[in-house]
Design a protein around this ligand. Structure first.
Ligand code: UDP
Length: 347
């Protein structure tokens, strides 16, 4: 059993990670400012330090905690993660995702915490070419969000080149779904991602139906908009590699096992390599929910790339990672089950 730092542990991916770690007998120390996370998402026994990861207050708290019981390593999930917001507020993204990350990494270096895993993103690749994207694909972020993560990657590489210890960078593709046991899920109400929005749309229609069972007009209670139908893809809509959040947590567990001994910094893409179109995702959500929510065709969304699909061969070759939920139906079903649960707990 080890003691592991999980920043953003009360958030979407971080909370799944905490449950997985605790389930394997580890102790988790969480840093979260609760700006989008919820304390109720944490597993029993998790210790929460509330604040900004790079602040002096958190550095002092970490030093005390580390002296009491040493940290084996850190998984850093805390970040700003909305592409559209990053276009409006780039400085906020560089402050949080780059500067705060490097300040935290500096504190952990001073404490000699052996390893660090950074949550990064396929957004660092920008517009991609070729079939599957490997880690050596050129990086050219198309948004300040992607750029802020890339700069964090670069800063960490420099820091680890000097300090020793192990660094791993995980670049996630489109994370979706929820814990099948419903211990946690994506609770951020203003999420902008396709599967979360489709699940919210289903639940809105179901609630409207409950309130006014006879009103056929409830069909207009909510709808999904497809952002662009003229892309050069088989059905005209964008293709994405949707990966279940539990497989993201599983990738961290598998990578963590390789970091016990110091090693060169390593980058891993995390995804399945099988992309789905927007139309396919919406059809799947209609199918698993039994709710035929309206689908409207809209114009392209600024900044969207046509096709993103992951080559995860490096992760599979160098670690024991085996995807357990590589199935769009399971992703949609668990996302929907979580959304229904959230709706049931709010009046
Ligand atoms: N999308 C859509 N309607 C929505 C939300 C998303 O058509 O209401 C599309 C979006 O344009 C993109 C894909 O779904 O092609 C995935 O978008 P998402 O925001 O989930 O992830 P991204 O790949 O942008 O990080």
């Amino acid at each position: 059993m080890s003691r592991i730092l999980v920043t953003g542990g009360a958030g979407y991916i971080g909370s799944h990670m905490c449950w997985e770690l605790v389930g394997r007998g580890h102790e988790v120390l969480v840093i979260d400012d609760l700006s989008t996370g919820h304390e109720s998402s944490l597993p029993p026994g998790a210790i929460l330090l509330r604040g900004q990861v790079g602040s002096a207050e958190i550095a002092a708290m970490l030093a005390r905690e580390h002296a009491r019981s040493p940290l084996a390593g850190a998984m850093h999930f805390a970040a700003k993660a909305r592409v559209d917001e990053s276009v409006r507020l780039p400085d906020l993204y560089f402050a949080h995702n780059t500067q705060q990350t490097l300040a935290l990494a500096g504190t952990l270096r001073d404490l000699d915490v052996p390893w660090f895993i950074l949550s990064s993103t396929a957004a660092v690749y920008g517009n991609t070419s070729g079939d599957l994207i490997g880690e050596d694909h050129a990086v050219a972020p198309a948004s300040p969000y992607g750029e802020s993560k890339l700069r964090a990657e670069q800063g960490l590489r420099e820091l680890f080149a000097k300090r020793g210890g192990s660094l791993a960078i995980l670049r996630y593709f489109n994370v979706a779904g929820a814990d099948p046991e419903m211990r946690t899920g994506q609770s951020t109400p203003e999420a902008s991602h396709l599967i979360k929005l489709a699940a919210q749309t289903v639940v809105k229609m179901e609630r409207a139906q409950e309130r006014e069972p006879k009103a056929g007009a409830t069909a207009s209670a909510s709808q999904m908009i497809i952002h662009g139908t003229d892309y050069p893809t088989p059905d005209g809509t964008c293709l994405r590699d949707y990966v279940h959040v539990m497989d993201i947590a599983g990738a961290h567990l598998a990578v963590m096992e390789t970091l016990a001994k110091p090693r060169e910094p390593r980058v891993y893409n995390v995804g399945y390599g099988k992309p789905y179109s927007v139309r396919e995702v919406l059809a799947c959500m209609r199918e698993v929910s039994g709710v035929n929510f309206p689908i409207v065709e809209g114009p392209r969304r600024a900044g969207d790339v046509v096709r993103v699909a992951c080559d995860s061969r490096r992760l599979q070759a160098e670690t024991a990672w085996t995807p357990r939920f590589a199935n769009l139906e399971v992703i949609c079903k668990t996302a929907l089950a979580w959304e229904r649960r959230l709706a049931a707990s709010t009046p």
